[in-house]
Design a protein around this ligand. Structure first.
Ligand code: GLN
Length: 502
């Protein structure tokens, strides 16, 4: 592999700034690796060679002319295929959008374009971000670069696999219940769900609007910090976006990296997220990292969040409820495919039904049915109303424990990557993969995964750090500490040895 692709985005930024490499060279290396390996990995649904190289050439021209550029200018990036890109296919992993070409860019896309990051393509995902394995994509699954017969997590398995196989140093994902973090854990990459509202959702195809959040997918904590700084901030087009300055995450991360300081840090181990149901090797890696934090001087406290036991149930009522409403717009009238009934009158309602029957996959249909059911007049209080009460209890649990500790930690996912096909026919088994990631979405607090070990089965494990709302900086600091106390997981990946010629 081209050695450039093994480097972090920030290392590449230094090379670009020193004119030791051009963005065209770097972006070409990235595109060539995608071309050579995507047939096997299937991380990308669409590759925009022309668009990416045009951006790269433009950045090189500006740099040569001495123009001031963003630090990440010229670094190739991949986008999960639920972020709309003007004139570039956006499928959400679904057939229903057909050949739809969005007429506008998501705010994050506008930011990336303005900063000069070549967007190399759109990555595979579970249909409409529903799933934990990327097997629910209408375009076929993505392989985990550690073992292509295994899942790369979901729903953002494509972005995670692209970064884990050194196709790109940076990607964006979206996290509604864990879709950035769980893929991060099972592919040995860093994945961040920022505080709800910290990154604009404008142009992110909505799944569950009160839970969805865009965030970075990278191989290092420092790269994620730099990327979040870039994409974060207030957006008048997203009424839930936070109107406050973006914290200086990069400086915080590099300070921790150079001092290794844990002065007075209080770390809470969540009882409910580190016991039953977790693979032995995952738990062992988790406790090992907690022990390293203790030895480094952090105070470790065991804390209990009893309502977390109900988080998964509450999520699988609230999320489908919101999704059933958000997905009502895919009706054969506005975007994508339009299917007419095979026989009988062509009424609007029957066209909608035929379009949705043909265009949506099983998991999407399951959730729309569930969502409309829990919102229906007779069941609203019993299901949706109760789930919202549980959501409040979860938020209170967070408030209470965050008065005792600075951050909470847990394993990110209960197991290492499972085999493609193992859980696809058992929705409950699939849903259980998000047991540790969902509480953060329900409360809107930031959470991230950092690879901390390779388990006994030779597969990577992730360590989750959760911080109070708006304390993303603290989360990044602790994640950097964990990274510094852990082995270098990503370079242990077999994908680090893959050659493009294979
Ligand atoms: N796996 C979870 C689900 O299926 C989370 C999805 C997500 O975060 N987009 O709903």
């Amino acid at each position: 592999m081209n050695e450039l692709l093994k480097k972090s985005a920030l290392e590449l930024a230094d090379l670009l700034a020193g004119s030791e490499v051009t963005s065209v060279e770097l972006t070409t290396a990235s595109l060539d690796r995608i071309d050579a390996l995507n047939g096997r990995v299937h991380a990308f649904l669409f590759v925009d060679r022309e668009g990416a190289l045009a951006t790269a050439a433009e950045v090189d021209r500006k740099r040569a002319a001495g123009e001031k550029l963003h630090r990440l200018a010229g670094i190739p990036i991949a986008l999960k295929d639920n972020m709309v890109t003007r004139g570039v296919p956006t499928t959400c992993g679904s057939k229903i959008l057909g050949n739809w070409l969005p007429p506008y860019d998501a705010t994050v896309v506008t930011i990336l374009k303005d900063a000069g990051l070549p967007i190399v393509g759109k990555t595979n995902m579970d249909e409409f971000a529903m799933g934990s394995s990327t097997e629910h994509s209408a375009f076929g699954p993505t392989g985990n670069p550690w073992d292509l017969s295994r899942i790369p997590g979901g729903s953002g398995g494509g972005s995670a696999a692209a970064v884990a196989s050194f196709m790109v140093p940076l990607a964006l994902g979206s996290d509604t219940g864990g879709s950035i973090r769980q893929p991060g854990a099972v592919t040995g990459t860093v994945g961040v769900k920022p505080t709800y509202g910290a990154v604009s959702r404008y142009g992110l195809v909505a799944m569950a609007s009160s839970l969805d959040q865009i965030g970075p997918v990278t191989r290092t904590v420092a790269d994620a910090a730099a990327l979040q700084e870039l994409i974060g901030g207030w957006d008048p087009r997203d009424s839930t976006s936070l109107d406050e300055p973006v914290a200086d995450l990069s400086v915080a991360v590099s300070d921790v990296h150079s001092t290794g300081s844990v002065e007075g840090l209080k770390v809470g181990v969540v009882t409910e997220l580190s016991g039953e149901g977790y693979q032995a090797g995952v738990l062992a890696a988790f406790h090992d990292t907690v022990e390293k934090l203790r030895k480094a001087g952090a105070e470790i406290l065991e804390v209990s969040c009893p309502s977390f036991d109900f988080a998964l149930s509450a999520y699988y009522l609230i999320m489908p409820a919101e999704a059933s409403s958000n997905l009502a717009r895919f009706d054969g009238m506005r975007y994508g495919i339009r299917v007419e009934p095979e026989e009988g009158p062509v009424t609007a309602e029957r066209v909608m039904a035929a379009t949705r029957e043909a265009g949506f996959g099983d998991e999407v249909k399951r959730r729309i049915i569930l969502g409309t059911h829990v919102l229906s007049a007779g069941y609203y209080d019993a299901y949706y109303g109760s789930a919202q009460k549980v959501r409040t209890l979860i938020q209170r649990d967070f408030d209470r424990v965050f008065s005792q500790v600075d951050v909470l930690v847990s394993p990110t996912a209960p197991t290492t990557a499972f085999r493609i096909g193992d859980k696809i026919s058992d929705p409950m088994a699939m849903y259980l993969n998000d047991i540790s990631t969902i509480p953060a979405n329900l409360a809107g607090v930031p959470a991230m995964t950092v690879p901390n070990a390779v388990a006994e089965d030779g597969l990577p494990v992730g360590f989750q750090v959760i911080a109070p709302a708006r304390a993303d900086r603290r989360m990044y600091e602790v994640a950097q500490l964990v990274a510094d106390l852990s082995e270098d997981v990503s370079s242990a990946s077999p994908a680090a040895q893959w050659e493009e010629s294979k």
